[in-house]
Write a protein that binds this ligand. Structure first.
Ligand SMILES: *Cc1c(COP(=O)(O)O)cnc(C)c1O
Length: 355
């Protein structure tokens, strides 16, 4: 296999041992003679997988034993844009608009009640995180996006409010030490830092549910999914198993404390190059730079083709910016190695002699 440095923003790369474990299980799951693709989601073997995944999903964030349930559902993060207001909105919710994904969540919530946009960084194309956000009392919940995958910005803290806090943590979950227990509902599309696409992970404090006053269709109802242990219907068995392998990998590494140190190092390496080289510009405000998605561009349009060619030669792939943001984006998710960042930095330096 050729060595490719994959900076894809999602689906993300996963550790080699996770790929290997998942591939082995397709052929023979745990020596059972059966493929993971063909076992029952109600078999005791899969229930054990699900329970361990639920346990790790909570304990890695320090949420085990604190009244949270862990759900593994289908539909991705976009389905949670809808499930959150379905379950939590009575009349009025607050949303912080820090990018494309936040705006999509807002649009979905508007179908269920009154949405107050508490702050927005749209005025400067989402390159920063609003400060000193005033959150009125009496809201049903406040929703924010901890890491803005497309624009490369990240919240440093959890906003404070006197109502439940909901966070779309799709692209920075399990990447850093964070006050997760100040958040009442965390959701994430699995494909950014957890596992394969087609799955969402929801960590919800049970006590915030059951207050919407509306009839919730069962597929949309968190309480129903909790009651059925994420087995209301056929679970995404393969994606859950692969996610479990990845959560185990993270735990063996030393959990989020350990990966945070590595992630700080990777991001620092790349941002240093961006700041040092006068032909490269970082797109996000320095105070809010994301450690997961690093957005940058070049001063001159002509430099882009030089960079693209050098990337190709160095086996660097998936580095184009999102179509709504332009420029370039290097996603440094947990499984991306320092050597990949080093390869990218080398390309950025090599450009000096080619432009
Ligand atoms: C990718 C992403 C989403 C959308 O996830 P899907 O699983 O594709 O629905 C939502 N929010 C954030 C922050 C994301 O990065």
């Amino acid at each position: 296999m050729i060595k490719v440095h994959n900076f894809c923003a999602g689906p993300c790369l996963l550790p080699d041992e996770v790929y290997k474990g998942a591939a082995d299980a397709v052929l023979d799951f745990n020596g059972s003679g059966l493929s993971i693709l063909s076992i029952s989601h109600r078999s005791k073997e899969f229930i054990a997988v699900l329970e361990e995944a639920q346990y790790l999903a909570l304990s890695l964030l320090g949420l085990e034993g604190k009244g949270y349930s862990a759900l593994f559902l289908q539909g991705g993060a976009s389905m949670e844009f809808l499930r959150v207001p379905y379950n939590l909105m009575q009349t009025r919710a607050g949303y912080i608009d820090t990018g494309n994904w936040s705006s999509k969540a807002i649009t979905q919530a508007e179908a269920f009640g009154q949405v107050e946009v508490l702050a927005s960084s749209k005025d400067r194309k989402y390159v920063y995180i609003p400060e000193d956000i005033v959150i009125p009392s009496g809201l049903d919940y406040v929703h924010y996006t901890s890491n803005n995958t497309i624009y490369g910005t990240q919240f440093n803290d959890v906003p404070k409010a006197d109502c439940p806090i909901v966070c779309d943590m799709s692209s920075d979950i399990y990447s850093r030490v964070y006050d997760c227990d100040k958040i009442d509902l965390i959701y994430a599309g699995a494909q950014k830092n957890i596992g394969p696409a087609g799955l969402s992970v929801v960590l919800v404090k049970d006590s915030i549910l059951g207050k919407s006053g509306r009839m919730i269709p069962q597929m949309m109802d968190y309480a129903e999914h909790i009651d059925k242990g994420s087995l209301y219907h056929t679970a995404n068995v393969f994606a859950i198993y692969t996610s479990l392998l990845n959560l185990r990998w993270l735990q063996h590494l030393g959990g989020v404390e350990a990966i945070e140190k590595i992630n700080i190092q990777k991001a620092a390496t790349l941002y240093r190059a961006i700041d040092e080289l006068d032909y490269v510009v970082g797109l996000a405000d320095v105070a809010y730079r994301s450690r997961m998605n690093v957005t940058f561009d070049f001063k001159e349009e002509t430099m882009k083709s030089v960079f693209d060619t050098l990337c190709m030669e160095a086996n660097i792939t998936n580095i184009k910016g999102h179509r709504v943001a332009g420029g370039y984006r290097a996603s440094l998710y947990n499984a991306l190695k320092q050597e990949s960042v080093d390869a990218l930095v080398e390309v950025l330096h090599t450009m000096k002699s080619k432009i």
